[in-house]
Design a protein around this ligand. Structure first.
Ligand SMILES: Nc1ncnc2c1ncn2[C@@H]1O[C@H](COP(=O)(O)OP(=O)(O)OP(=O)(O)O)[C@@H](O)[C@H]1O
Length: 255
């Protein structure tokens, strides 16, 4: 089990005042949704939590160790990140890409073993891309590539999963499949923290929500306390209609 803790964290969004410091811990079993308008700092926050960007103030601690004092490989054994944008510099097959997830667990000259292959195979199957194992990544559709990226994170098997808009490019069936998979991972002890633009996915699949405002304000808590129409309308500068169907609350933008 791992715990990632943002302590008085001010992320470094260029040109923006400090805003509200974040004090939150990602605990095993939790599924967090980070919501906010374009430019609010969601990606910046994810990269700061992964130790890829320095904080302007405050700290990110992994099991009480400040991230900047840790080796990248040690961080990668606990924390994994699915990026919003991917640049694949080298031609690689789907299987080779998934196996990159094992690198934090291998010594520098060690190659992947049968167990690593089995993990990658299992992850690709869980994301319905195992039939594409031998295909070059740059021949895949957007949704297939997104599912390979999530399978690579699953192959890495960190305790803390950070995902930047994991349902980007996915059809409805795969949105549901991926959100179920993420929630299952949390139920097995992972902590999941993901940026989302879809309020309804957050409402149905997240246990906790962080609202990030463009001016640096932030608030967070249990999903039922955070997804209230007034707060969401202020967040997006957009009027919403709230509907109830089959015991589910649905938010729809008013015209
Ligand atoms: N290198 C940079 N130089 C200048 N501004 C930057 C840089 N990187 C990010 N920003 C700005 O910081 C702000 C936050 O960006 P970030 O990508 O974190 O937003 P976001 O909430 O993830 O947005 P989106 O919903 O559009 O993905 C944006 O206004 C962006 O233009």
């Amino acid at each position: 089990m791992s715990r990632l803790h943002a302590r008085d964290l001010i992320m470094n969004v260029p040109g923006r005042p400090d805003g509200f410091p974040l004090n939150l811990a990602l605990e095993p079993g939790q599924t967090w949704g980070v919501l906010g308008p374009n430019g609010a700092g969601k990606t910046t926050l994810l990269h700061t939590l992964a130790g890829l960007l320095p904080a302007r103030n405050g700290q990110v601690r992994l099991n009480e160790s400040p991230l900047p004092r840790m080796k990248r490989r040690d961080i990668a054994q606990h924390v994994g990140l699915v990026f919003q944008e991917r640049q694949d510099s080298f031609p690689a097959t789907v299987m080779e890409t998934a196996l990159i997830g094992r690198h934090p667990w291998l010594s520098p000259w060690e190659s992947e073993q049968g167990d690593d292959q089995a993990r990658a195979q299992q992850a690709l199957a869980a994301l319905d891309v195992d039939h594409l194992s031998d295909r070059l990544l740059d021949t895949l559709s957007g949704g297939e590539r997104q599912r390979v990226a999530i399978a690579t994170l699953m192959t890495q098997d960190p305790n803390i999963w950070l995902l930047d808009e994991p349902t980007n490019h996915l059809d409805l069936h795969h949105q549901v499949k991926v959100m179920n998979l993420l929630r299952n991972q949390a139920q097995f002890g992972k902590a999941v923290f993901m940026c989302l633009h879809d309020l309804n996915l957050a409402a149905r699949w997240c246990s906790h929500v962080l609202l990030l405002y463009t001016n640096g304000d932030a608030c967070w808590g249990a999903v039922e306390d955070m997804l209230v129409p007034d707060a969401l309308e202020r967040l997006y500068s957009q009027r919403l209609m709230t509907l109830h169907a089959n015991g589910v609350t649905v938010f729809v933008p008013a015209q």
